[in-house]
Structures are given as structure tokens and as C-alpha cells.
Design a protein around this ligand. Structure first.
Ligand SMILES: [Ca+2]
Length: 103
């Protein structure tokens, strides 16, 4: 590398906004870009965190739903202990009974 190439390369590093002039504006632009990068990263993290929180809430909701079933079934166990006949699962609204199989 010739001395001139070295000077040009050094100038290229200092001339951050590539306007051909090394000035305080280069430093300002470099700081502004760094700030924007940090802001973008923070925004990405916020979005990802929101998405995960939403997903976790969905899963917790599913667990709560399952826990209700467990509570119902536990009641059936208590009834069985007491000698009551099997009640079966309550029919869900909108679910049709499967057609009877031919023998
Ligand atoms: Ca510049």
C-alpha cells in the first residue's frame, strides 16, 4: 500500500458519511447511527418479548382449561368412592354423536 492509499483509507474511515469532508458532522452521524441501531435492537426485543408473553398467556389459558377438566374428573373420582354410577364426560356444545357402527 502506497502512502497515498494509506492516507485515502484513513480519510475514508474518518469521513463517516462519505461526503468527501472530514468534519464534526461525521462524528454526529456516527453517533446518530449507533443510537438508531440500539433503538432498533430494543424495538426488536420489545416486539419479541410481547410475542412470547402472548404465547405464554395462550399456553397458560390451555393449562387452566385442562385444570378445569381435572377438577371435574376429580369430582367424578369422589363420586365413584361414594358409590355413585359413572356419569361420563359432559357433551360439548356443537359436537355430534358419532354414527353407530354396524355389527
Ligand atoms: Ca464527512
Amino acid at each position: 500500500m502506497t502512502i497515498w492509499q494509506k492516507i485515502k483509507a484513513f480519510f475514508g474511515v474518518l469521513d463517516y458519511n462519505k461526503d468527501g469532508v472530514v468534519s464534526s458532522q461525521d462524528a454526529k452521524d456516527a453517533v446518530a447511527d449507533a443510537k438508531n441501531k440500539v433503538t432498533d435492537t430494543v424495538d426488536e426485543i420489545k416486539t419479541e418479548t410481547k410475542r412470547r408473553v402472548k404465547r405464554v398467556k395462550e399456553e397458560i389459558s390451555d393449562v387452566a382449561e385442562a385444570a378445569k377438566d381435572v377438577a371435574d374428573q376429580a369430582g367424578d373420582v369422589v363420586d365413584a368412592v361414594k358409590g355413585k354410577p359413572r356419569r361420563g364426560r359432559p357433551k360439548k356444545a356443537g359436537t355430534k354423536k358419532a354414527p353407530a357402527k354396524k355389527k
